[in-house]
Design a protein around this ligand. Structure first.
Ligand SMILES: [Fe+2]
Length: 250
């Protein structure tokens, strides 16, 4: 199996390429707007992109998934729970897509967002999106639900075998996470602060405290990523806002 993690260092956003070398095809997951790196890697790999998947509607960066699908002709798959306004192929919980000898399975894991799905590759590698991060879990204060996240973690993610490797959508210091770009279910069970809590009540308290400020313009980013607002419209609205231009008095 071909497996590549691409991290945009400045923001710690991780995207993935999963491919079948035997079949000469691949899927990309959570591509960013700057797709040059994808094309560089794809060219080197000689794999043809036939699928694009998103783990969830991102609130901190613009998604490149639609653009990538348009440019390459790859089919776009989102969770069946997505409220996107553009056309896509919905994938239900437990739904599988065969990529030649590689099997991609959707594991719906709402919590970080209502439409979050983790992606299990060949029952061995979990693209955990922002549900399970290294040492922590994804925030739920941008339209998610801590209760739903608790259920997703305990009823689905932690039921996977300890050897399954974990590959999140965000890594590194920019997200207040400790080092490393991948982990395993077993290691996270032992070391993850959010999983060490003893009860659901304690987890809900943990989720209420200490989160960083909300990303700037996150509501506009969500609207653009759902196809509810064009990038151009969002930009023109921002320009109309104007603001403090350097005068001493406000
Ligand atoms: Fe996210």
């Amino acid at each position: 199996m071909f497996f590549r993690q691409l991290v945009r260092e400045a923001y710690g956003c991780a995207s993935y390429i999963i491919g079948s070398e035997e079949g000469g095809v691949c899927a990309v997951v959570d591509p960013l707007m700057d797709s040059e790196r994808f094309f560089f890697e794809l060219k080197a790999s000689k794999l043809k992109p036939v699928l694009v998947l998103e783990t969830h509607t991102h609130a901190d960066h613009l998604s490149g998934a639609r653009e990538f699908a348009k440019m390459t002709g790859a089919k776009l798959y989102l969770s069946g729970e997505s409220r996107a306004k553009f056309s896509f192929n919905p994938i239900e919980d437990g739904g599988k897509i065969d990529l030649h000898d590689v099997t991609i399975k959707a594991v719906h894991t709402p919590g970080h967002t209502y439409d979050h799905m983790s992606i299990l590759i060949n029952e061995q590698k979990l693209l955990s999106g922002d549900t399970l991060l290294i040492g922590d879990v994804g925030r739920t204060d941008l339209g998610g639900s801590s209760e739903a996240l608790y259920r997703s973690l305990h009823e689905k993610i932690l039921k996977l075998p300890d050897e399954v490797t974990v590959h999140p959508a965000h890594v590194g210091a920019h997200h207040y996470l400790k080092g490393g770009t991948s982990s395993t279910i077993g290691v996270e069970k032992q070391t993850n602060a959010a999983l060490k809590v003893k009860s659901k009540e304690e987890f809900l308290r943990y989720m209420e405290e200490g989160w960083p400020p909300k990303p700037e313009g996150y509501e506009a980013i969500i609207a653009i990523n759902l196809g509810k607002k064009s990038l151009l419209k969002a930009q023109s609205e921002l320009l109309k806002v104007g603001g403090h231009m350097g005068a001493k008095k406000t």
